[in-house]
Design a protein around this ligand. Structure first.
Ligand code: ASP
Length: 323
């Protein structure tokens, strides 16, 4: 199915958002009569295609957990998305290594880190959640678990990902990792029951050290859901997000009365205040609360996110930012 709508809207240009509090305790409700209806928010423009797949689950009265898994699988399988799943940017040694996490409305969670050769790490993360007493499996153990549970071992490289590595080796072999080369998909959904789930999956930073794990599989860093309160997802430099446990912080700020927008802003400002250089790095969050109010914020103007609701369709927004 093709994209239904493709619009970039800035919060500040939407009439309904002029009164948006960026700090303080008041929550706003941009969804109005959409409260208690299905809702999806995801990171970046590739979220639009992922939202369509997730929406199909929600409108058939499906569970938010199934929606987020189905949604982000689309991104994982898209060879043109160079930061998630198949065809991701490799590490310094040319290996594609993937991180993913998933969290449901009961507080159950599962994650895989440093997983190679499996096209849909999010589905392995879900099986870790549902079939083991653990939260996270990593590396060779995660691969063996996946193979034992019916996943196939495959080469995740595309011609393009191989070429990008060859080009990087020639031009940048001795230079630091490119902290600006990223784009995880994080997705949060609310189903007809009002239950919230989230998923987060990534190839991580391009040309990272072999073995590097980012924020995406760390519960409370790249993803957090509390069904009483809401959920949050992150993208950007995982090292900053891990040092500040951004998504856990956002959910706790919402618990204390902040709107999703104000909570995302506070989490970014916390990182900027506490972490040297964070202001020059990409750090971005999305969030939704139990009432279906949503927000997003980033260190810079680059961040776009996709929201699917019944009355506005599938829409791409540009987030507010520090700079
Ligand atoms: N957060 C991811 C990581 O650090 C990168 C991204 O957002 O693409 O692994």
């Amino acid at each position: 199915m093709k994209r239904k709508t493709f619009l970039i809207r800035s919060f500040s240009t939407l009439a309904g958002f002029f009164a948006l509090p960026t700090t303080g305790l008041l929550a706003h409700n941009p969804r109005g009569d959409q409260k208690n209806k299905p809702f999806i928010i995801s990171t970046w423009s590739h979220g639009l295609d992922a939202n369509i797949a997730a929406w199909e689950v929600l409108i058939q009265n499906g569970r938010a957990l199934d929606a987020v898994e189905k949604g982000v699988r689309v991104t994982e399988l898209d060879p043109d998305v160079t930061s998630v799943g198949v065809g991701s940017n490799p590490d310094r040694d040319g290996n594609i290594t993937l991180d993913a996490s998933i969290m449901d409305e009961h507080g159950n969670c599962g994650a895989v880190a440093f997983l190679q050769h499996i096209k849909n790490p999010i589905s392995v993360a879900r099986q870790v959640m549902e079939k083991t007493p653990h939260v996270m499996l990593a590396g060779e153990g995660a691969l063996q678990f996946a193979l034992a549970n019916g996943f196939k071992k495959e080469d995740l490289h595309t011609d393009s990902s191989r070429q990008r590595w060859e080009d990087w080796k020639k031009s940048k072999n001795n230079e630091p990792i490119d902290m600006h080369n990223h784009d995880t998909i994080s997705m949060l959904a609310i189903d007809n029951n009002g239950d919230i789930s989230g998923a987060c999956t990534t190839g991580g930073l391009a040309f990272k050290h072999h073995g590097r794990v980012g924020d995406s599989p760390i519960i409370g860093a790249g993803l957090y859901v509390d069904n009483e309160i809401g959920g949050a997802g992150g993208t950007g430099v995982g090292e900053v997000i891990m040092k500040t446990l951004g998504t856990y912080l956002i959910v706790e700020l919402m618990r204390n009365g902040l709107s999703p927008q104000a909570a995302c802003k506070e989490a970014v400002m916390r990182a900027v205040k506490k972490i040297p250089d964070a202001k020059d790095l990409p750090v971005y969050y999305i969030a939704v609360n139990k009432q279906g109010e949503f927000g997003a914020y980033g260190t810079n103007r680059e961040f776009e996110y996709a929201v699917y609701t019944e009355n506005k369709g599938n829409t791409l927004y540009r987030a507010e930012s520090v700079y």
